[in-house]
Write a protein that binds this ligand. Sequence first.
Ligand code: FAD
Length: 403
Amino acid sequence: MLDYLGLEADLTTEERMIRDEARRFVDEEVKPDVGDHFEAGTFPMDLIPKMGELGFYAPTIDGYGLPGVGDRAYGILMQELEAGDSGLRSMASVQGALVMYPIHAFGSEEQKERWLPALGTGEAVGCFGLTEPEHGSNPSGMQTRAEKSEAQSASERSGTAAEKDGDEYVLNGSKTWITNSPIADVALVWARDISAEESPVRGFLVETDRDGVTTDEIHDKLSMRASITGGIGLDDVRVPEADVLPGVEGMKGPLSCLTQARYGISWGVVGAARDAFETALSYAKERDQFGGPIARFQLQQDKLAEMATKITNGQLMAYRLAELKERGELRNQQVSMAKRHNVRMARQVSRTAREMLGGNGITTDYSPMRHLANMETVYTYEGTHDIHTLVLGADLTGIAAFE
Ligand SMILES: Cc1cc2nc3c(=O)[nH]c(=O)nc-3n(C[C@H](O)[C@H](O)[C@H](O)COP(=O)(O)OP(=O)(O)OC[C@H]3O[C@@H](n4cnc5c(N)ncnc54)[C@H](O)[C@@H]3O)c2cc1C
């Protein structure tokens, strides 16, 4: 595996074990049929509990049955998963960084005990509902609203959720492009609390079997096909006050989750690029044209040298982010720089790798075009490339070009 500057030599024993376990899992359990899933537009559902057993969801959390590994180990895990497919890494990212992280950081003890063990084993699946049909890059414009109301009496209640005392919120609105919503047991929905002064954004843990919740699947994707995506419709959905995250108000709630997830993406896409590169390298050594392997042509060697250098740059950024994160010094703008750089790098590398495979490169028999198609989503979600450019522009100049 490409590690041109020998970065893996510095890994701890625990980090090596996590790398090797994730690599074995991807080689044995993911790669053999991920192309078929991509073609069919399905996610390998049997892998959800297996990833839980292996401790792949939110492994940096300590307690609640979770192993509490370091941030670099987590990054390495994301890298190995995305070498399999971005859909797999998205599953682990959403479950871990976008659902378990906020429950751990902002949830009540009751919420943590109820959800973290179940999400950690994959017995329950979570999703993160921020984007709306009219509000993508500008989530603070969200229209989904929650209004406080007196709890209905037991006889008035319907739905399967456990009964609770106290006030309830009534949620209305719609979210779209939500990874895993059609298969989720719980949705972390970000909504404006219109009963409170200035209508702050708050996080609501909404079980998807509550009356008034719909989670229709989006079927016509040409990217991230081995991943389930859908909407969340909320029509007078009653949620007990005990299911509101008590520890955060305002956009810093969802934005802090996104920083966690973008850190994982900055690592993950290096894995996708590396897999595309490795595929192109071995193909170039085996594919004969004009009486010998295409790897002997200078034009092909130029492509390999460029790809290896770009991937190595991406690896260096990811490793440095991990150092800063472990020291508690990582700024969200630094994560923006790495997300922006590494996703663009992986998009370019997977395109070049696809090109080196000739006609075979456009099939699902080889990974580069699948990675390339996936990169179109990764370039867009968790803040588009443009939005991260503006974040960096604001940080560098002190002048924000957007609200
Ligand atoms: C497969 C997939 C899975 C996803 N999963 C989730 C999920 O789990 N949860 C969730 O909440 N969301 C999710 N998303 C949504 C994703 O985060 C949004 O698509 C993304 O934020 C962009 O929003 P948008 O699609 O509405 O594009 P828009 O915001 O409409 O942007 C359109 C274009 O305009 C550009 N643009 C916008 N504003 C500016 C500006 N100020 N200056 C310059 N250019 C600008 C953008 O860069 C982009 O190129 C997912 C998306 C996809 C495709």
